[in-house]
Design a protein around this ligand. Structure first.
Ligand SMILES: Nc1nc2c(ncn2[C@@H]2O[C@H](COP(=O)(O)OP(=O)(O)OP(=O)(O)O)[C@@H](O)[C@H]2O)c(=O)[nH]1
Ligand SMILES: [Mg+2]
Length: 267
């Protein structure tokens, strides 16, 4: 059996089953203020009419300054570990996470990119086809928040505007007081709304909000994928039941299932 079929044949872990729509972090910092799946999506899942979504892998790209904690965030969610020692990402890595959402199998390919300037050339080559862009900054280092707009701009150069869901993440919540966190959050939420991003604060050290965040990412990406699939074969109508609008795009996501984890180095 080759590595591409190995990850696929693994069963979905009990801890990756999402049956209820995951909530936002702060209502004023979320782009999709609703507490259930889209009616069309629910119907498609109940009738097992989700077409290729169960076979699909959605691409998530995590970007941000060096040392903000991107690798730790992914490792906390995917492996439930935290490493105090800094090991810079050289180029890019990825992890594949298998979910079951509303009874349908679904996979996220989570790309961890290097924040160091000298590796940017290679990391940016992997931004393309991102269904989700996560921009991370360090709550204990305000300068890293100032750089987030540039990271988003770079990621969007490789992706069509409006087609990727965007999340702004403040990391290392354990390093700041509650009062400090709230002060930084109010600035971050303003930036997030300019970016049309959903905002979250979290800590990879304590694990606070990490699982909740990735569940929210998975559920929103899953919903967007199903709507895209349904729209492919349907008459192109902009409005559907309940007055919800389906986005009318035709882009196909990049598929690259060559293992559960890989490192690509550069320069
Ligand atoms: N206290 C605390 N430290 C953290 C947290 N997340 C990451 N760190 C530490 O911050 C340092 C950098 O973390 P990484 O995850 O390697 O940072 P990165 O963004 O992947 O860095 P590059 O790969 O160079 O882009 C490490 O020493 C981590 O232990 C956190 O939530 N709390
Ligand atoms: Mg890293």
């Amino acid at each position: 059996m080759d590595s591409s079929s190995t990850w696929y044949s693994l069963p979905v872990h009990r801890d990756r089953v999402i049956s209820r729509f995951p909530k936002w972090y702060r209502p004023e910092a979320c782009q999709q203020f609703k507490d259930d799946f889209h009616s069309q999506v629910k119907r498609a899942c109940q009738e097992q009419q989700t077409r290729a979504v169960g076979l699909k892998m959605s691409k998530v790209v995590v970007v941000g300054d060096l040392y903000v904690g991107k690798t730790c965030l992914i490792n906390r969610f995917c492996k439930d570990v935290f490493d105090r020692d800094y090991k810079a990402t050289i180029g890019v890595d990825f992890e594949i996470e298998k979910f079951e959402i509303a009874g349908i199998p679904y996979n996220l390919q989570i790309w961890d990119t290097a924040g160091q300037e000298k590796f940017k050339c290679i990391a940016s080559a992997y931004y393309r086809g991102a269904e989700v862009i996560i921009i991370a900054f360090d709550l204990a280092d305000i300068q890293t928040l100032e750089h987030t707009k540039q990271w988003l701009e770079d990621a969007l150069k490789e992706n069509e505007q409006g087609l990727s869901s965007i999340f702004l993440v403040g990391s290392k919540k354990d390093l700041v007081s509650q009062a400090e966190c709230e002060r930084i959050e109010s600035d971050a939420i303003k930036i997030a709304s300019e970016m049309q991003a959903e905002y979250w604060s979290m800590s990879s050290k304590t694990g606070e909000n990490v699982r909740e965040f990735f569940f929210r990412v998975a559920a929103l990406a899953f919903e967007a994928s199903i709507l895209k699939e349904l729209e492919k074969n349907d008459v192109p109508t902009a409005k559907i039941g309940g007055g919800d609008t389906i986005r009318m795009d035709r882009t196909t996501a990049e598929h690259s299932g060559n293992g559960t984890n890989s490192t690509i180095n550069c320069c």
